[in-house]
Design a protein around this ligand. Structure first.
Ligand SMILES: Nc1ncnc2c1ncn2[C@@H]1O[C@H](COP(=O)(O)OP(=O)(O)OP(=O)(O)O)[C@@H](O)[C@H]1O
Ligand SMILES: [Mg+2]
Length: 259
């Protein structure tokens, strides 16, 4: 009960349309869960509900056995952090000041040292002193990830639930690998749970413990990469012409599109 984030029978409607339809999902500390699904499936919407930014019409989300509603804003901010699909930041801030925003729930607590440590881990140290608005799309993504991670940092490591909406969509190959290796390594410390929306199924296969597939607001598959990234399942839910092979070096599936 203590280290679980649970969604029970979560439904969210927009007029007649169900954006989320009876979602049941549990996220445990120490695991990396990838949320996948076609455009418009409801991934970002589900992230908003799981993080308490959007109330469901019915059902409930609880953290450590208590409904999200019953948590104070500050206590919740110490437990879960979110990196959105679009940051929407349009004003001039130095990179380290954007990352330090993550320390808002921890007034006076080791801000400088935590920011320095997380900047080094995420490769943002090379961006120190730069204006956030002038960074490239991928550089901005790395800074937003660092801000979210900084929010969960205390006593030398991250604690709680980190929600990331397509954090690698603008990253080059080196940074995709660097960030996903980092998230995996941090989750293995046993105090962090990562829930990450990914369109790149091959990255999900390599780094997620579990994959959850959404389609038109419904959770249609939930299991290991081997279970969910099955050729028939993917062809059915994505309607794409594809093949699934085994990675040449790892026991995980890899998805190839046909021409
Ligand atoms: N505020 C809103 N008003 C109207 N429709 C909305 C709103 N928010 C979400 N939707 C609709 O809900 C559906 C799910 O949106 P959501 O952003 O969760 O999809 P997604 O799975 O994250 O897609 P993508 O892969 O493109 O990011 C979409 O059809 C979207 O148009
Ligand atoms: Mg989305």
């Amino acid at each position: 009960m203590v280290d679980l984030l649970q969604a029970r029978n979560v439904t969210l409607c927009l007029g007649e349309r169900k954006l989320l339809d009876d979602i049941n999902l549990t996220l445990s500390v120490g695991e990396v869960v990838a949320l996948i699904g076609p455009n418009g499936a409801g991934k970002s919407t589900l992230l908003r509900v799981l993080t308490g930014f959007q109330l469901p019409d019915s059902g409930e989300v609880s953290l450590a056995g208590r409904a999200l509603n019953d948590w104070s804003g500050e206590a919740l901010s110490r437990k879960r952090a979110v990196m959105r699909q679009r940051s929407g930041m349009a004003f001039s801030w130095a990179v380290e000041d954007v990352i330090a925003m993550g320390r808002a729930p921890w007034p006076g607590k080791e801000t400088k040292s935590v920011v320095r440590e997380v900047m080094a881990l995420t490769g943002c140290d090379t961006l120190a002193g730069r204006d956030f608005c002038q960074l490239s799309g991928g550089e901005q993504q790395r800074v937003q990830l660092a801000r979210a991670l900084t929010q969960l940092w205390f006593e030398g490591q991250p604690h709680g639930w980190l929600f990331l909406d397509e954090p690698t969509s603008a990253l080059d190959l080196y940074h995709q690998q660097h960030i996903l290796r980092l998230l995996r390594r941090l989750s293995l410390m046993g105090t962090l749970s990562v829930c990450v929306v990914l369109h790149d199924l091959n990255l999900a296969a390599l780094w997620a413990d579990r994959i959850v597939l959404l389609h038109e607001g419904r959770l249609v598959a939930n299991g290991s990469p081997q279970e969910v990234l099955d050729e028939t399942t993917l062809q059915h839910w994505y309607q794409a012409d594809l093949r699934v092979f085994r990675h040449p070096e790892h026991p995980v599936p890899q998805v190839w599109l046909k021409q």
